[in-house]
Design a binder for this molecule. Structure first.
Ligand code: F6R
Length: 608
């Protein structure tokens, strides 16, 4: 949700900024821009749309001719104001001296804007950010120091923000500030960087400093000083970057999404190898401080795909642990009466660890003294600060905006943790426990089998492009898989997809069905399969094309069928998510969509 970068050093500044932004494209792609401090003059370049448009502008304006040693850059996911050039960052003060980029939302921007306008300040954009640039510029006029101006301005801002700021007259420093939005400093030799996330720094520096909330860094070429906003110096540890530079390569795949789908067996194998020794589960890399005996209720909060993983966990854990598990969309959690106390375990699930809604929900749960755990793919992210227990997903960096391998890793983490929890609570026999473990161990091979049928799934996907809307349905453990299938298909192909409990169709949605509305049914083993088949018959009777997905084909009524290896129903969400990911991918590919960067979306959603 907006990516920001800064660079100070001897390299070609525009190139450094552009390559940093390229690695942050997953955070937004509505517009982009950079600002250079060239001989004490601020020069801004902007473009709407994809980063390639900015590249073209820089080329056309011969950016290499500028002799700058420092600059800042931004890639935008629009919140306030359309994705236009005037709303693109960097934003410049009216005297042209102070410039900044921003990630987050300034909640009191309307009041600030009004106040500044009353003082005669002219605004040029519809963004919340512009209030900040004029505020700091006005403060600068009073004190003549960038650091002091920022320090004076910050208490007047409400909301979440990470800023990177420069002033034309202070050509030796960039100021970076963080409050509830991620920001890191990359520490090099005779050069330093600022970025929203590590991928922007890969291959450039070996050490980073994570800024915490209410900290600001004065970043110079040979020095980084971190201070609290009150000016007191903070001693920060430099951390080694432990991410390989090639994580942001497609490795020959057409899209990151396909690469990430295909990585799933390898991720599972790696996770299994690191967690299972001598038929026992170890979560060594997890920091688990749960007082298991105290837990009387579990609440899981998450958004989007992570929410669907949580819905699977509810079904599995309630069966295994015999404890009530409540799952809530994090964005709704704060508006309801949550019956939480110190006997509740509240779990936040977030691939990025930066989702504002999920973080806000956890902050609320903390007030009730509940035990807090997070499952995240980014143990360096903001969400871990609110938890006493942290379970890393270890899926590796996920670049495609549509989540796939991180969903799989979330599911696996829930199954592992469910087994561990069931054991601690004596809710599972040794035999049952061992059998479940074996099923998990055999999963990577089964997923590989599904992946080997990509061509068949691609042909079905090509036929799916004829339709403008589809329905997914399921019963039991795979209802969340149906929700995830619909989300995946609509977010990357823009085909309208809805998912329903199969039994609910006849209570209303069946009115939608005709020959132009395919119904995709997700089958799992067990007693619900015959009922789901009857629901398929009902759909067929209304002329709807019916596509089945699941174990061995149990009827001839299907127009198409995607067969998956057999597995116990309770574990089938781990398999069935793969064909629906592939189906979404190949449908979007056939429709020539921007698969890795679907319209209007961003990978990490740092606004509520
Ligand atoms: C869909 C998708 C989103 C995210 C959601 C939560 O493919 O990726 O629905 O799942 O924005 O993100 P995290 O898991 O980072 O909190």
């Amino acid at each position: 949700m907006c990516g920001i970068v800064g660079y100070i050093g001897n390299n070609a500044v525009a190139e450094e900024l552009l390559s940093g932004l390229k690695s942050l494209e997953y955070r937004g792609y509505d517009s982009s821009g950079i600002a250079l401090n060239d001989n004490r003059k601020i020069i801004v370049f902007k473009a709407s749309g994809k980063l390639s448009n900015l590249n073209a502008v820089l080329h056309e304006k011969n950016v290499e001719d500028y002799s700058s040693f420092m600059g800042i850059g931004h890639i935008r996911w629009a919140t306030h104001g359309a994705p236009s050039i005037e709303n693109a960052h960097p934003h410049l003060s009216n005297d042209g001296n102070l410039v900044l980029v921003h990630n987050g939302i300034i909640e009191n921007y309307k009041e600030l804007r009004q106040k500044l306008q009353n003082q005669g300040v002219v605004f040029h954009s519809q963004t919340d950010t512009e209030a900040a640039v004029h505020l700091f510029a006005e403060e600068y006029k009073k004190c003549g120091s960038l650091e002091q101006a920022v320090r004076n301005g910050l208490p007047q801002l409400k909301g979440a923000f990470a800023f990177v700021i420069m002033h034309h007259a202070e050509s030796d420093k960039i100021i970076a500030v963080r409050k509830n939005a991620p920001l890191i400093i990359g520490c090099g030799k005779n050069e330093n960087y600022v970025a929203s996330d590590i991928p922007a720094l890969l291959g450039k520096v070996n050490h980073i400093i994570h800024l915490d909330d209410d900290e600001m860094a004065v970043v110079k070429k040979n020095e980084v000083i971190v201070k609290y906003i009150n000016g007191q110096v903070v001693q920060k540890e430099m951390e080694k970057v432990d991410m390989a530079a090639d994580v942001i390569s497609k490795n020959g795949y057409a899209h990151f999404m396909l690469k990430e789908i295909c990585e799933q067996p390898a991720i599972l194998r790696r996770v299994i190898q690191s967690h299972v020794q001598n038929q026992t589960i170890y979560l060594d890399d997890a920091k688990i401080n749960v007082d298991f005996d105290k837990v009387k209720k579990i609440v899981i909060v998450a958004c989007g795909t992570s929410l669907h993983a949580a819905l699977v966990a509810k079904k599995v854990w309630e069966e295994w642990l015999k404890l009530p598990v409540q799952v809530e969309a994090a964005s709704e959690f704060i508006y309801q009466t949550n019956l939480l106390d110190e006997n509740s375990l509240v779990i936040g699930v977030s691939q990025s660890g930066e989702t504002a809604d999920t973080i806000t929900a956890l902050k609320l749960a903390k007030k009730y003294q509940s035990q807090i755990m997070v499952l995240t793919n980014r143990v360096d992210s903001s969400i871990v600060r609110y938890a006493s227990s942290i379970v890393p997903l270890n899926a590796g960096v996920e670049i495609s905006v549509a989540a796939t391998k991180s969903y799989m890793a979330q599911l696996v983490a829930f199954y592992w943790f469910g087994l561990l929890f069931a054991q601690k609570l004596n809710k599972i026999s040794e035999l049952d426990w061992q059998q479940k473990l074996q099923i998990l161990i055999q999963l990577p091979e089964k997923i590989e089998e599904i992946l080997s049928h990509q061509n068949d799934i691609e042909s079905i996907a090509q036929r799916l492009t004829r339709y403008s809307a589809v329905v997914f349905m399921a019963r039991g453990f795979n209802l969340p898989t149906a929700y995830e299938a619909a989300l995946k298909l609509k977010e990357i192909s823009y085909i309208n997809a809805n998912a329903y409990p199969a039994g609910e169709l006849k209570h209303g949605p069946i009115a939608l069905l005709d020959k132009n509305m395919p119904v995709l049914a997700l089958f799992e083993q067990g007693q619900n399969a015959p009922k789901l088949l009857s629901n398929c018959e009902e759909a067929k009777a209304r002329q709807a094309p019916v596509i089945g997905i699941g174990g061995e084909k149990c009827s001839d009524i299907f127009n198409e069928y995607i067969e998956t290896p057999e597995v116990d129903a309770c574990f089938s969400p781990l398999l069935l998510c793969v064909p629906v990911q592939l189906l979404a991918y190949f449908t979007a590919k056939a429709l020539n969509r921007e698969i890795d960067q679907p319209r209007n979306l961003a990978k990490s959603v740092t606004v509520e």
